[in-house]
Design a protein around this ligand. Structure first.
Ligand code: UD1
Length: 374
């Protein structure tokens, strides 16, 4: 009986893994869920297991926080022991966090086939740790699942065999569509005491929250934005102190709150006039919800959210000007990017199942009509 192991560790992994795990369970493939413990707070981890109906992890490696090298190395050491004793037929890794690259490195050296969900995204900005994680993970993966056509193009340009690349759609959007009926914007508005139009802001990237100077400029602009719309700011623990020192504290029209669970957060976003963020996933979720998104970064690895969606990149000092444009304009409904249809998890599961049950292993991928370039 083949076994597929999954590595998850940080908040954005959970909503991508849930639909794949569901899809494999429906086919009857044995699975092992490995939580690295990169995120360990209830608000960044357990709440997602409860709300996304994820099975409890079979093991939690409990690595916790640390420098990039220390965290990645701790995951590798603990994961190697798990993979040696359980020897899965494939390891599936998700997104671009340190748990992702650690999983790919360990499995590749143990000659366990690696599947990478959300392969091929590129910001072309190596100052982002996630970009390094993406490049290394894709270089090692045997099967690469892409969420958008430009991700396929990046992989092919980097010399990946097209037979190993599958354009499957977006499993994070599967989770959103599956749970959408539970998003309650009115309840979120009441819970946070919001009376008028409001914006949701999230910030956690090193480029915005690590330098006091950058944080100060950004917070000044955010406080000006509060004159236009009320603000709700669920703050990731990273950078909280620097942002508070820069003046981002609870005040009139500005609610600074702890990170929210999946349903509470998506409920809040559903009723927002606009979102300003440096997150990757929120750029995609707002694309489907039709909520204008101002991405507080110089680049994005998710350009499809700009060309087919509601997203735009803004320099921090242009935040208020960009918000004013949004407030003055009409919202046009946009068609969803291709294959962001709620069935990506099923597609990934069916390809993974064919590989682990088939006689050809990962090479079977080359025989499938969905492979890139057909
Ligand atoms: C990680 C990912 C990032 C992702 C983000 C989503 C990497 C390189 N980065 O960043 O891509 O967008 O998750 O949340 O993998 N902390 C807690 N509780 C926790 C976990 C962390 O308080 O459960 C605090 C600790 O002070 C820790 C800091 O947050 O040092 C950073 O955590 P870490 O896992 O290193 O990276 P994130 O910033 O969360």
């Amino acid at each position: 009986m083949p076994i597929v192991s999954h590595v998850v560790g940080a908040r954005p992994n959970f909503m991508k893994a849930a639909p794949v795990i569901d899809g494999l369970a429906a086919i009857g493939i044995g699975q092992r869920l490995i939580h690295t413990g990169q995120h360990y707070s209830d608000a960044l981890s357990e709440v997602f297991f409860r709300e996304l109906d994820l099975p409890a992890p079979d093991v939690n490696l409990g690595v916790g926080s640390g420098s990039h090298a220390a965290q990645t190395a701790a995951i590798m050491i603990a994961l190697e022991a798990d993979l040696v004793s359980h020897r899965p037929d494939m390891l599936v890794v998700y997104g671009d966090v340190n748990s992702t690259v650690a999983g790919a490195l360990v499995a590749a050296k143990l000659r366990i086939p690696v599947g990478h969900v959300e392969a091929g995204l590129r910001s072309f900005d190596r100052s982002m740790p996630e970009e390094i994680n993406r490049i290394v993970t894709d270089a090692l993966a045997d099967v690469l699942f892409a969420t958008s056509p430009e991700a396929v193009d990046h992989l092919i340009r980097e010399g990946v065999d097209p037979g190993r690349v599958f354009f499957v759609g977006n499993p994070m959007i599967d989770s959103l569509l599956r749970h959408r009926d539970r998003f309650d914007a009115d309840a979120a508005r009441r819970r946070h005491g919001l009376t008028g139009p409001y914006a949701v802001i999230t910030l956690h990237r090193p480029s915005n929250v690590d330098s006091p100077e950058n944080a100060r400029r950004l917070v000044a602009e955010i406080l000006r934005l509060a004159e236009l719309v009320e603000l709700v700011i669920p703050l990731h623990p990273r950078g909280r102190a620097v942002l508070a020192d820069a003046g981002l504290i609870e005040r009139d029209r500005v609610r600074v709150i702890d990170p929210l669970g999946y349903v509470d957060f998506m409920s809040l976003v559903s009723g927002a006039t606009l979102v300003a963020t440096d997150s990757g996933g929120i750029q995609e979720e707002t694309t489907i919800l039709g909520i204008p998104c101002l991405t507080l970064r110089r680049n994005t690895e998710r350009p499809i959210t700009i060309s087919h969606g509601t997203n735009q990149l803004v320099e921090p000092d242009r935040l208020v000007a960009a918000a004013q444009m949004i407030l003055a304009s009409q919202r046009e409904p946009l068609p969803a990017p291709r294959l962001w249809d709620g069935r990506a998890g099923q597609r990934i599961a069916s390809i993974v199942a064919d590989i682990v049950t088939g006689p050809l292993g990962p090479d079977l991928a080359a025989e499938r009509p969905e492979a890139a370039g057909r």
